[in-house]
Ligand binder design. Structure first.
Ligand code: AGP
Length: 609
């Protein structure tokens, strides 16, 4: 999950590349670098560490040029040091390449080229491509040499190449890793996603797998690698740049937590038409007949897997359709047993998660229909699914997913009750009532967010704890998993989410007076059971941080700390209970001076396996 960017045109090339890399840094920030052709001469600058290290390195240099490429790295092969940073160059340093992906057969190619006298400088897989292109350039154009090299490559790539031999073009190509072309006026851009392009042009071309582009300032030729030319299909982006700014919040994550009521209102406005009529216009792209489906297989990663677990409860509870949930990296290697009329679902904010994308491709190869829930329009999962339901969460910049988690739950809930209604399991009146309940959620969220200071005070009390336990039942078992993940990924504190009923089967051995246990315990059908679990914790002196329903006085007796959420129907409690957990994690991470928006070792979109 690295980020690549490229530009050809008359603007200040360094600024375009560096600002572009800043906007891609959420994809990885172990190192960064740029390569620029100036009067036909190639120069590269690259540095380990965050982008500011590179900026410092080139600060004050008057770099000229009108064609260049850039890279921000999440290390896969080779430690994050200067020499492993991109761009990588060929022997003569007259050709440079930036790459996002993994070359699976790089070792065999590397040993072959080494025997032919090519000298390797880095430990990376990417450098192999630079030398392989040089190998083929002996008697071919840059474009053909790149094609020949890519025909040998196994694995994933989104890459850009520039060379002194043909200093008026960028060669770009993709397989499995995302790549977009920004179409300008006498200038063109390439990027891993739209963020670096958005402020320059809203006209884009989404490249598909095994496509190669030859990009000059006034022309874009798109073709299959070693295949025929493909007509350019441009899209107009309707996002605006200010969505990418923090809007007065200290971190994108906090901004995105506080935007959740707005996200829910947006989703309802997109999918509820007239008097509580649910409409999904992109659901039936290719023959998904909802009434015939007799099994869903939800597959996703991380936070999206958590919302998938909630989706299972909701679809089975309302539509009475068997629903399995699996982690993508497990599902793709499991034996898929089709019973006919199965639909595989991909849940993904980015729409580019490699494991989730691989699963939908595998499922389609086995003739499953694929219905996906994605946030990023035009993403690979969006474009490769038979039907899609967009999250409409807006751009999510914080690496820790918050508003899209809420959006996924709301959209899955709408899907579940819509399906229930068309299958005759939910009457029109019941459907109207459920939508009325959902319409109250944004104001409940607003009231929770207005008490954020309570979570900040709690964080002050617990931020030095070195481990946490999160427990919940039913629909809030996934809430416990999500709360633990949020805390882990932004504060680096070890946290585990458990089904509360599981405590006595082992985890209860962990409990002592030092261990904070976050107990998600709104008034639901399993409330009494949850109360018993909390008492088991108290009996062992555990510190209980309880999320409870407003008005619940009894539970006060068992709480070291207590946060109330508004009373809501059981199926909607995960939408409310996760917000205090997001805020608690956020404030703990801030108190620990962690990099909330770009936590160590992570990236927003995991486009490698
Ligand atoms: C979320 O907080 C995590 N950063 C991560 O688990 C994420 O949910 C996961 O990588 C899946 O991403 P996706 O939704 O874009 O597929």
């Amino acid at each position: 999950m690295c980020g690549i960017v490229g530009y050809i045109g008359d603007r200040d090339i360094t600024s375009i590349l560096l600002v572009g890399l800043q906007r891609l840094s959420y994809r990885g920030y172990d190192s960064s670098g740029i390569g620029i052709l100036s009067d036909g001469e190639l120069s590269t600058w690259k540095k380990s560490g965050k982008l500011v290290e590179l900026e410092t390195m080139i600060d004050g240099l008057s770099i000229q040029g009108n064609i260049g490429i850039g890279h921000t790295r999440w290390a896969t092969h080779g430690i994050p040091n200067d020499i492993n940073s991109h761009p990588h160059v060929n022997q003569s340093k007259k050709l440079a390449i930036v790459h996002n992906g993994i070359i699976e057969n790089f070792s065999s190619i590397k040993s072959r080229l080494s025997k032919q006298g090519f000298l390797f400088r880095s430990q990376t897989d990417t450098e192999v491509i630079a030398h392989l292109i040089e190998y083929y350039m002996a008697n071919a154009s840059l474009e053909t040499a790149v094609e020949n090299a890519l025909l040998e490559i196994q694995g994933s790539f989104a890459l850009a190449v520039i060379a002194e031999s043909e200093p008026d073009k960028i060669i770009a190509a993709r397989r499995s890793s995302p790549l977009i072309i920004g179409v300008g006026d006498n200038e063109n851009f390439i990027s891993s996603d739209i963020n670096p392009i958005l402020s320059h042009t809203k006209k884009v071309v989404y490249m598909n797998d095994n496509e190669l582009a030859v990009i000059t300032r006034d022309h874009i030729q798109l073709k299959l690698i070693s295949g025929p030319e493909i007509p350019l299909k441009t899209h107009q982006i309707n996002w605006n740049q200010e969505a990418s700014e923090k809007g007065g919040y200290d971190h994108f994550m906090l901004k995105e937590i506080h935007s959740q009521p707005h996200v829910v209102r947006t989703i309802l406005s997109k999918y509820i038409k007239g008097k509580n009529q649910i409409q999904f216009k992109d659901l039936h792209r290719d023959g998904i007949d909802l009434k015939l489906i007799n099994r869903f297989i939800i597959q996703a990663c991380g936070t999206s897997w958590h919302s998938g677990l909630i989706g299972k409860y909701l679809i089975e509870q309302y539509a009475h359709v068997l629903t399995e949930v699996d982690i993508s990296s497990e599902f793709r290697y499991r034996q898929m047993i089709s019973q006919g009329n199965d639909v595989v679902m991909g849940l993904s904010q980015s729409g580019e998660t490699a494991d989730t994308l691989a699963c939908i491709r595998e499922a389609k190869s086995k003739f499953y229909k694929v219905l996906s829930f994605v946030n990023v329009k035009g993403s690979s999962i969006d474009r490769e699914s038979d039907g899609v339901i967009y999250s409409h969460a807006g751009q999510e910049v914080g690496v820790a997913s918050t508003k899209n988690y809420i959006a996924q739950i709301v959209t899955i809930y709408l899907f579940a009750i819509h399906l229930a209604h068309i299958k005759g399991k939910l009457s029109k009146d019941e459907l109207v009532n459920k939508i009325d309940q959902l319409n109250k959620i944004p104001e409940y969220m607003d009231s929770i967010l207005s008490k954020a200071d309570e979570l900040e005070a709690m964080a002050e009390k617990y931020y030095l704890s070195r481990e946490f336990l999160f427990i919940g039942r039913g629909l809030n078992y996934p809430t416990a998993l999500e709360g633990a993940l949020k805390l882990k990924e932004i504060s680096y504190i070890h946290a585990t989410g458990y089904a509360a009923g599981e405590l006595k089967h082992g985890p209860i051995a962990l409990i002592d007076a030092k261990l904070p246990i976050v107990c998600i315990s709104p008034q639901t059908s399993t409330y009494e059971k949850m109360l018993s679990n909390i008492q088991e914790v108290k009996a062992r002196k555990g510190k209980t941080i309880i999320i409870a329903t407003e008005g619940d006085k009894e539970i006060k007796n068992y709480a070291n700390d207590l946060f109330y959420i508004p009373k809501a129907p059981e199926e909607l409690t995960p939408l409310l209970a996760c917000i205090p957990l997001q805020l608690l994690s956020y404030y703990i991470a801030v108190k620990l001076d962690c990099d909330v928006d770009q936590p160590r070792n992570l990236a927003k979109s995991v486009t490698v396996e």
